[in-house]
Design a protein around this ligand. Structure first.
Ligand code: M6R
Length: 611
């Protein structure tokens, strides 16, 4: 989704703002712009398309100024044109605003401002902001106060950056329901929607919270709330390394992030296992409280939801508490059965997904205990949930979630085992005890690393299958959860139609789709149900579908298959983490063979901050 960056210093502001903006490209965008004070007005340069087109507009001559804000827009209100690109100016051309989020009451505000004589030049909701600020500047000479007065009129979500000739050496920013951080350096400050954008320049950041307004100069950050009351926030030291947020020789972030999976799993485990007991900081739940939960609702979107599907099974198996996994956009409007005895577990890589945030707030309102599994430190979900467990996977830039998924699976295991240990739950139905699972978790990084070695075989399989137009993923139990994720991975980056079914459902309808050319990928890693799966695959083979099987090494492949992907064996609940590695690689190499834009697939954004 949209990204904001900015620089306040002594020189090089546009260059730095645009370099930071490039580090936000992964969020997805369709137009771009920059604004800076110059000769008593605010200059704005914008373009439809990518950042390089904006650089063409600047004719390679980037003015050397001390202050600039920049923006990538992902169109919501109005086409992705130059006129609709941010920043937007007021009538006088003396101030400009870049905005992420949605102004929900922009229609009446626009009418009101037009009646007062303000002229609009875009179709966006954002443009009401510079005009509102301009309006309030006729009532106060204090720009920060004019920004506050304007924001009090606004309904919806925003992160904004404002440059003005009235504040030539600085920038004013504010946030509500959309992330914004300020990077702190001696003699300069950066602003950005996300930490990776400022990583090359600073180690300490101020993470703004909802309602914060900040007046930023090269030396100072003055924080207040929307009513003008002073606010204090402590800086956060960022533990991520810059190399983690760069491609490091890989052709795509997605490929790099798949190769980082052994490290992501190791990091997710780091500092959390002591003598086979799981210690989780950030969840102030006592053993008595763990016993009190009568239901669990796991709420998330996309890949994180698929991790939740695995969580449902694992928690029910280990804890024997009824658990549901629900997509966040459905949860909020379903009048959910949630009360003080419900644990609502929210899973999100970004911690900024609007649907998940809305669900968390709904759950809180109904009295549930909310616990978040999040990757991005200091994100809204992490701050607002009752407790947080970080996945510690490092920055994930590719739109397709890969290493974050594996880290989510690990953290779900840690959480379930921790819960079982807190309440002294007996071993799982299939005999696996917590200590067996803990030992297998410790082995997981090396198992994942081993599977990565098979990439050349996966690539040659991808080359053979890249021209197919229909993929069906089948699995049972934990394998079904993995099949859902594998199908999403393929469809979002290769644009091939891919669906997942619980394998037993094939005969109830989807089997009609099978004909020569259709690829069926069967996951056969669950001893309890493998025999049934082989029969399901036999039915596909009999109808001349192409069958690929992901199976545990040493297990005889039955039912006839065209291609096999062997993976090492582990406890059933950990098999999706292992099976996903070749399936992510398969999706990647198919998309690459088809020449797709892998890190920024069409129509998609990394962080979906609208409902
Ligand atoms: O940041 P989140 O984990 O909350 O994002 C949720 C989904 O938008 C995300 O997983 C999406 O489905 C990915 N593109 C999947 O690869």
């Amino acid at each position: 989704m949209c990204g904001i960056t900015g620089f306040v210093g002594s020189d090089g502001a546009i260059q730095i703002a645009l370099e930071s903006l490039k580090r936000l490209e992964y969020r997805g965008y369709d137009s771009v712009g920059v604004a800076y004070p110059q000769n008593n007005h605010i200059a704005v340069v914008r373009s439809a398309g990518k950042i390089n087109r904006l650089l063409d507009r600047l004719d390679g001559e980037v003015p050397d100024v001390a202050v600039a804000i920049a923006h990538t827009r992902w169109a919501t209100h109005g086409q992705p044109t130059e006129a609709n690109a941010h920043p937007h100016r007021d009538c006088s051309g003396e101030l400009a605003v870049a905005h992420n989020g949605i102004i929900e009451n922009y229609d009446p505000l626009r009418d009101e401002l037009q009646r007062m004589g303000h002229r609009f030049s875009s179709e966006t909701d954002t443009e009401v902001l510079p005009h509102l600020i301009e309006h309030y500047l006729s009532k106060t000479s204090d720009l920060v106060e004019a920004v506050r007065l304007s924001l009090r009129r606004v309904e919806g979500s925003y992160a904004i950056a404002v440059v003005s000739t009235r504040y030539p050496g600085g920038v004013i920013v504010a946030r509500k329901d959309s992330p914004l951080v300020i990077g702190l350096a001696e003699g300069s400050k950066l602003i950005a929607s996300d930490i990776p954008a400022v990583l090359p320049y600073v180690k300490d950041v101020l993470i703004l919270e909802d309602g914060d307004v900040a007046a930023i100069t090269p030396e100072t950050v003055t924080l207040s709330d929307i009513s003008g009351k002073a606010v204090h926030r402590s800086p956060t030291r960022v533990g991520w390394r810059i190399e983690e947020a760069e491609k490091g020789g890989y052709s795509h972030y997605m490929l790099k992030e798949i190769h980082e999976e052994p490290a992501a799993v190791r990091n997710a485990l780091r500092g959390r296992i002591y003598n086979d007991r799981i210690k989780l900081e950030g969840i102030p739940i006592t053993p008595a409280e763990w016993r009190r939960f009568e239901r669990v609702e796991i709420v998330a979107c996309g890949t994180a939801y698929h991790a939740g599907l695995l969580g449902k099974r694992l928690i029910e198996q280990l804890i024997r508490v009824p658990t549901e996994a629900v997509v966040a956009s459905e949860f909020r409007y379903s009048d959910p059965l949630v009360d003080e005895k419900t644990l609502v577990l929210l899973i999100s890589q970004s911690g900024e997904t609007a649907d998940t945030l809305a669900a968390m707030r709904e759950a809180k309102q109904r009295g549930a205990y909310t616990l978040a599994i999040v990757n991005v430190m200091g994100s809204t979900l992490a701050r607002e949930a009752g407790g947080v467990i970080y996945t510690q996977a490092g920055p994930e830039i590719g739109v397709a979630s890969t290493k974050a998924y594996l880290a989510q699976l690990v953290v779900i295991h840690l959480l379930a085992i921790h819960w079982a240990q807190q309440i002294g739950a007996p071993s799982m139905g299939d005999g696996a005890s917590c200590s067996v699972l803990v030992n297998e978790l410790k082995r997981l990084p090396e198992l994942v690393a081993g599977v990565l070695q098979g990439e050349p075989c996966i690539k040659s399989l991808a080359d053979r299958l890249a021209d197919r137009s229909c993929f069906i993923y089948l699995g049972r139990g934990y394998d079904f959860a993995a099949a859902m994720e594998a199908a999403l991975k393929l469809k979002e980056i290769s644009y091939i139609h891919a669906e997942a079914y619980a394998a037993g459902e094939m005969k109830h309808g989807p089997l009609a789709l099978i004909e020569p050319g259709v690829v069926v990928i069967g996951l056969a890693t669950q001893p309890l149900t493998n025999a049934k799966l082989w029969s399901n695959l036999k039915e596909v083979k009999a109808r001349n579908g192409t069958v690929v099987v992901v199976h545990t090494e040493g297990e005889a492949v039955q039912g006839g298959s065209d291609y096999q992907i062997p993976i090492p064996s582990a406890s059933p609940s950990l098999m999706p983490a292992i099976a996903m590695v070749p399936l992510q690689l398969l999706a990647y190499h198919i998309a690459n063979a088809r020449g797709c834009q892998i890190d920024q697939p069409r129509n998609l954004a990394k962080s979906v901050t609208v409902e």
